[in-house]
Design a protein around this ligand. Structure first.
Ligand code: UT7
Length: 363
């Protein structure tokens, strides 16, 4: 494929060089950025978080922790927590409706709904089907996608492929999580990290913007680092499973931390290279928000200024599949992300899974 100019804003600051997409000659054709005409872009974004705010001081009344420890070790100050009767779909529906409004589309325009969630309302029907019914997207297919905290980026990449291949024109990807329902509120190592929320993106075809490249990965041998043992077909929920606490999420925090710091820089570099760009061309990295120290370590490992990472963990904690759309939304609201900016979305999580994509923001 010939080098193609990229429709983006003027260069900002000294680190910029006049920009054209450079296709590295070392990459096979199948790994090169796609022509603009077949790109899929995020046309609209919407979020919804529960009203209830839980502070670190509130948590210190439940488990043996402190505001000082949580801020220093994680960067988290507050998080939103769902009400007892609020499930994932209750957050997904308003986020999805807001994304459709933002895109100027209606539910009947959707061909597919992908609900990215580790905390579905129930195992089946898929939460995507519940959303499809409640927003009135009668024409749309609906599936749940479970790659833990990587689910939203996996969903965006899947949606882009469906659009680029012509299988679908408009796809809703909604990351909706209520981790508060699965966490062990007596375990201070996980309880202080999580938050609830939803963020939705409507994807459709675009001439000038959209997804340039993507990377997905997994290492199933590291599955035990982060898991919810009971509730599936291996260990159904029984009184005994509950007695043993197997219905609550478990994590080896230090091991997850180290794996994330190893995997995330590689995923970023790979997607940027596939897009025919260099790290200097990237305006914003929008990472999954698990721990601010992980993001700082990634920035150091890549020799990138931390200011180029969008970080919203202080307000929301780790909202799993919702963290990236929530972060994009915050950065759009405060004017950091602008049309024409080059973004890398990068996520990692249980499985162990990771996914990244490079895109030009805009419709
Ligand atoms: O979405 C992806 C999934 N999750 C992640 O990415 C999480 C990755 N891991 C992490 O974010 C961090 O490993 C944690 C935040 C979970 C833990 O931070 P850490 O700096 O790795 O702490 P640590 O496990 O090394 O524990 C240090 C100390 C220990 O006490 P001792 O043994 O030194 O006396 C812990 O018992 O901190 C203690 N500790 C706490 N103290 C107060 C652990 N959790 C807490 C707490 N409050 N909440």
């Amino acid at each position: 494929m010939a080098a193609a100019p990229v429709g983006r804003k003027e260069t900002r600051g000294a680190r910029r060089t006049p920009l054209t997409v450079r296709q590295p000659t070392t990459l096979p054709a199948s790994q090169q950025a796609r022509p603009a005409a077949t790109r899929a872009a995020i046309l609209g974004l919407g979020v919804h978080v529960p009203a209830r705010v839980l502070t670190n001081d509130d948590l210190a009344k439940i488990v043996d922790t402190s505001d000082e420890w949580i801020v220093e070790r994680t960067g988290i100050r507050t998080r939103r927590i769902a009400e007892p009767d609020q499930a994932a779909s209750d957050l997904a529906v308003p986020a999805s409706s807001a994304a459709l409004r933002d895109a100027g589309l209606s539910a009947s325009d959707l061909d597919l709904i992908i609900c990215a969630t580790t905390t579905p309302d129930m195992i089946f029907p898929a939460t995507a089907c519940l959303v499809q019914d409640r927003i009135g997207a009668a024409k749309a297919g609906a599936i749940d996608l479970l790659a833990a905290c990587s689910s939203f980026v996996y969903g965006v990449i899947t949606a882009a492929q469906m659009i680029e291949s012509g299988v679908a024109q408009h796809v809703l990807v909604v990351g909706a999580e209520v981790l508060s329902k699965l966490v062990d509120w007596k375990d201070r190592t996980t309880a202080v990290l999580i938050g609830d929320g939803a963020g939705a993106a409507v994807l459709g075809p675009s001439q000038n913007s959209g997804i340039l490249s993507s990377v997905v990965g997994a290492d199933g041998s590291a599955g035990d680092l982060l898991k919810l043992p009971a509730g599936g077909s291996r260990i159904p929920i029984t009184a005994e499973a509950i007695q043993q606490g197997l219905h609550r999420a478990r994590m080896d925090g230090q091991a997850v931390f180290k794996l994330a710091v190893r995997v995330v820089p590689d995923a970023i570099r790979q997607t940027v290279q596939k897009a025919g760009l260099t790290l200097d061309d990237i305006d914003w990295i929008v990472p999954h928000q698990a721990n601010q120290r992980i993001l700082e370590a990634v920035a150091r490992a890549m020799d990138l200024p931390f200011g180029r990472f969008i970080c919203t963990i202080d307000r929301y904690g780790n909202t799993s599949a919702a963290s990236i759309p929530l972060s994009i939304w915050e950065a759009l609201r405060d004017g950091r992300i602008k049309d024409g900016d080059h973004l890398v979305l990068v996520a990692f999580g249980g499985g162990f899974t990771w996914a990244a994509c490079t895109l030009i923001w805009g419709r």
